[in-house]
Every structure is written in C-alpha cells, then in structure tokens.
Design a protein around this ligand. Structure first.
Ligand code: SAM
Length: 323
C-alpha cells in the first residue's frame, strides 16, 4: 500500500484503488454518489439536457453486476472509515435496494435516511414526477462521531413564524436545487455545492479527510478543500480525471470560507452536563490521536470542543488530567 493519499486523486476503480492506497481506519467522512446502474451514461436522453459541456467517459455499472459491485465498494468504505467516521451515500430509488442490502452486510449503523428533493425531475404525463433522491447517512461504530449540531444555525435562531431554524435545517427532508452552470464543463450528475457544504459542515471538522469513491466532477473534493478539509478519492473516467485534477491544482484551500454564514452563538450542546466514564475515555483516546497527528494542544481543544459539544475550558480541565 502506498502512503500518499491525502489530497491525491486516483484514476482507478475505487474497489481495487482503495485496497491499494487507503489504509484501514483513516478517513473521517465519505460522501459519495455511485453510478446508478440505470445507464447513467445516457441519462441526458431522459433529462433532455444539452450535453455539449458534459465531460465524456462516465462509467456505468451493468444492472446484473450492481449487487456485487455495491457490496464490494461498501465493504471497502467500511474498512477505510475511522471508528466514528460517517458515510453519506446518494442513491436513486431504482437500485436503492442493493445499496441498503450491502449496508446491512456491514457493521455500519444507520443514523438517518434523508430525502433530497430536487428540481430536475424526469417529465412524466400519466404518473407522478420523480423528484427525489435518497441520502443514506451511516456511521462506523467504535469512536466519537462528528456531528456539529450548530454548524449552520444557532439554537436560538428563529424564522419569521418563530420556528427554530436549527431544527428545520436538521429535518431529514432537504430541498436543494441543482445549480445551473451554463457554458461550464461538468459531470452528468454533478451534486450541488449547497448539498455538499451542508453534509461536510455537519459531519467533519477543518483538517479532516473527506473521501469520495466516485468523484465524477470532483464536486465533493472541491467543496471539502474549499472548507479547509483534506480530500481524496477515485474516478474511473480518464477524461474526467485529467480535466478535474488540473482544476484541483488551481483552487486555493479555504476558498469557500468567505461565503460561510456563521451561526449566531449558542452554548455548546453538552456544556454543564456531567462527563460519563465512556466520554472521558473517548476524550483521552481522541486527544492522544490528535496530538500524534501533530495538532497543537489548542487546535486539539478546538476540535474536541466541537466533537464533544463542550466549551474550551471544559475540555482543557479534563485534558490537563491526562497530560
Ligand atoms: C453519479 S457519478 C458521480 C457524480 C459526482 N458526485 C459529481 O458530483 O460529479 C458516478 C461516477 O462514478 C464513476 N465510476 C463508475 N464506476 C467507477 C468505479 N468502479 N470506480 C471509480 N469511479 C467509478 C463514473 O465514471 C461517474 O463519474
């Protein structure tokens, strides 16, 4: 296995590529959108799209192989996630069954089954218009899970009717429209930046490693780097890789940070609550990991504050007992 995978992107099959390049327990977050097994390479015919700017080479999986293929890549995803790491899988309805079946053959635990409603449904006349995808949010057990409850909205932020915006933002039906990029090169099924920003901000911290096994237009990697995370991943299409790796080299890490709306301040979710023995042992283990990972004491406390929902001094007091 090679040791260099952080901020590297591989023009390889993700199953053998993971085995070759990505160590066990090394990835904090996987966000991925596998081929759909429904002739995704000809999807434009259904969506009536102008294909002029779409990059060639989308690799589809024949339906007959979809079950085995899903089982194999999901098993690699489980292996490379760190204990406590999260995975979000975007899937259409047609072959969702195979993805769910493969997930059930792992130890990954379901957190949410999110419905993403979009605005580019397939036009139908004699039945309802299909206008949603499924996003399966699972976690690898055995370590602290990152979920930044107040990443986007503070606990006290209200809408015009007095409803909690934080609550609404964390409901499991998301309405996020596709971006129109007239005249720009793109992948056939490019995920919206807003969708990726939401997932990455809730389920990772700055400095974490975010992996996409099916990079397509590298949208996950671009947003991850834009939010000061590290990225890695695989894409089988050589055309897409050649073009997108060049794009990755040109972007500056953190380029999305200026657009980020900071939530109105709210106290950390667990502030003032007594620590359990289990939390203390996880805190000690995570602190040791961060320090081994060359994080300073202050950087470690900032990360742990978010992961454990505690204030700076709450973490500092406990850590001083381990040092
Ligand atoms: C649904 S698209 C991903 C779209 C991507 N999320 C985006 O926003 O652009 C699936 C991608 O997986 C690629 N692919 C198919 N089989 C693959 C494999 N075995 N390993 C890596 N990539 C593969 C396809 O070429 C396609 O670009």
């Amino acid at each position: 296995m090679t040791d260099k995978f952080v901020n590297c992107y591989f023009n390889e099959d993700c199953i053998t590529g993971c085995q070759r390049h990505i160590p066990d327990d090394s990835i904090d977050l996987i966000v991925t959108d596998p081929p759909y097994g429904i002739k995704g390479d000809t999807l434009h015919k259904h969506y009536n799209r102008d294909e002029k700017h779409v990059i060639d080479g989308y690799v589809e999986i024949p339906l007959g192989e979809y079950g085995d293929f899903s089982q194999q890549w999901i098993s690699q995803a489980e292996r490379i996630l760190r204990p406590g790491g999260s995975i979000y899988i975007v899937s259409g309805y047609t072959n969702l069954f195979y993805i769910l079946k493969a997930l059930r053959q792992t130890d990954l635990e379901e957190m949410n089954h999110i419905i993403w409603k979009y605005n580019f449904g397939v036009y139908t006349k004699k039945k309802y218009v299909s206008s949603h995808y499924h996003i399966l949010y699972y976690v690898k057990p055995g370590g602290p899970r990152t979920f930044n409850t107040f990443a986007r909205y503070g606990a006290k932020e209200k809408d015009v009717d007095g409803g909690s915006i934080n609550y609404q933002d964390r409901e499991d039906v998301w309405i996020i429209n596709r971006e129109y990029k007239p005249g720009k090169k793109k992948n056939k099924n490019e995920l919206p930046t807003e969708l990726l920003k939401k997932i990455i901000r809730y389920s990772s911290n700055a400095g974490d490693i975010v992996c996409d096994l099916f990079l397509g237009s590298f949208s996950t990697a671009k947003v991850a780097r834009g939010l000061n995370r590290n990225a890695t991943g695989f894409e089988k299409s050589t055309e897409a890789c050649n073009y997108q790796i060049q794009q990755m080299e040109q972007l500056s890490p953190g380029f999305l940070m200026n657009d980020i709306r900071e939530p109105e301040h709210s106290p950390p979710s667990n502030q003032g609550k007594p620590w359990t023995e289990e939390e203390l042992s996880q805190l000690e283990q995570r602190y040791a990991e961060l320090r081994t990972d060359s994080k300073t004491k202050k950087e470690s406390i900032d990360i742990l504050g978010k992961e454990f929902g505690r204030g700076y001094f709450g973490i500092l007091n406990k850590i001083n007992q381990f040092d």
